[in-house]
Write a protein that binds this ligand. Structure first.
Ligand SMILES: *Cc1c(COP(=O)(O)O)cnc(C)c1O
Length: 370
């Protein structure tokens, strides 16, 4: 029973056969010629496929480096843009995923900016924090902890009226629910491809930069972000559009797997994926209330489906031990500090009976705990 597809999505069969083909036919036989026969287009091609899943019109999404590095590049770009007009504050949710917080901490230290940490990602908290010094507001669309959905459009509008840019981490929303980056008025976004997009362990992340903002400068001036990489010229000149956000050689094997994962999500369709995700998490919450409450286990995710992503956290003082006992009986989920069992209901691969079996296993483990 695999309830961790929100941390590492399952292997799509198509990805396995695609990788065999890429390794044997492309790497094995074409070798260096592969660059001229499709490899170089992968970052853009896979980016455009993802764009369709995050509500982005063409020309605004590209797949680059890890989520951490992509986040760094776009946060640096936004801060540089703001600092040019005297803005030197970053507003960031203190509940953001650690890598996002650490990158922001490092950026602030190296560029001499300051960080305003929000106690929550609520609209009210954002409204109180933004002002004439704010360069950047950065939040997760769906929080990695409670799985709470943030009102992206409302936050974007508050940030925009204050003159600040927004940078969204959509790692826990891409592939699990419809995201509308364009319609919400987002400026920048990054997202992970190995969670709900099933791109494989360590798969590279995507970057979104809205058209009209793509002249911002990113910090890692590599040859593959150059307007003419093979001219090998003396000075850096960024490529126009999203290619300018690349730095080094694309990870071809990883990108090939991502393309297959993204295709499966596109084939299933986000509306249907979201419908099943809501049904799965509703089912889980109902079972948790009915069967786990008496053991002191509480639902710590939003109860309203509209503001809940596709994972549910259950609080219990013995959470860490429970997660390891569950693993002993073949039920895989996550422990999250301080006392949370995180159950991922990745809609493409989770069955209702998996949710039932997981709750059944929890009842058994909790009963045995006495
Ligand atoms: C999973 C996740 C990441 C992962 O970053 P990597 O660089 O791929 O390790 C970043 N941000 C969020 C919100 C995540 O959920």
């Amino acid at each position: 029973v695999y309830l961790d597809g929100n941390s590492l999505g399952a292997l799509p069969l198509a990805a396995a056969s695609r990788l065999h083909g890429v390794i044997g036919r492309e790497w094995g036989r074409r070798a260096i010629r592969g660059w001229g026969e499709g490899w170089m287009d992968l970052p853009v091609r896979v980016g455009e496929a993802i764009a369709g899943l995050v509500g982005a019109a063409p020309g605004q999404v590209i797949v680059g480096d890890s989520t951490t590095v992509c986040f760094y590049k776009l946060a640096w770009a936004a801060l540089g843009y703001g600092m040019a007009s005297g803005r030197d504050e970053i507003v960031c949710d203190a509940g953001n995923f650690p890598t996002d917080r650490y990158v922001i901490e490092g950026l602030a230290a190296s560029l001499g900016a300051s960080v305003v940490w929000l106690a929550s990602a609520s609209l009210g908290a954002v409204e109180r924090a933004v002002g004439p010094s704010t360069a950047l507001v950065t939040l997760s669309h769906v929080s990695y902890g409670a799985g709470e959905v943030c009102d992206m459009a409302a936050v974007c509008s508050v940030a925009r009226s204050a003159g600040a840019l927004t940078l969204w981490d959509v790692s826990h929303s891409a592939g699990s629910l419809p995201v509308s980056l364009d319609d919400a008025g987002a400026d920048l976004a990054v997202g992970c491809t190995y969670k709900y997009l099933n791109g494989g362990p360590g798969a590279p992340a995507f970057m979104y930069v809205r058209s009209g903002l793509q002249e911002v400068q990113q910090p890692i001036w590599g040859w593959l972000g150059h307007a003419d990489p093979f001219a090998m010229g003396p000075v850096y000149e960024p490529a126009a559009g999203m290619r300018g956000f690349l730095s080094g050689t694309p990870p071809v094997l990883a990108l090939s797997a991502v393309e297959e994962g993204v295709r499966v999500v596109g084939d299933a369709g986000l509306r249907r994926i979201r419908t099943k995700g809501v049904a799965l998490t509703e089912y889980l919450i109902g079972l948790a209330d009915a069967r786990l409450g008496r053991f002191g286990m509480r639902v710590a995710s939003p109860r309203e489906a509209a503001v809940r992503g596709s994972h549910v956290v259950l609080g219990h003082s013995a959470a860490a031990r429970l997660v390891s006992r569950l693993a002993d009986v073949g039920v895989i989920c996550d422990f999250r500090e301080p006392d949370l069992v995180r159950i991922g209901c990745s809609p493409l691969t989770t069955r209702f009976v998996d949710v039932w079996d997981a709750v059944e296993a929890l009842v058994a483990v909790l009963s045995a705990e006495g």
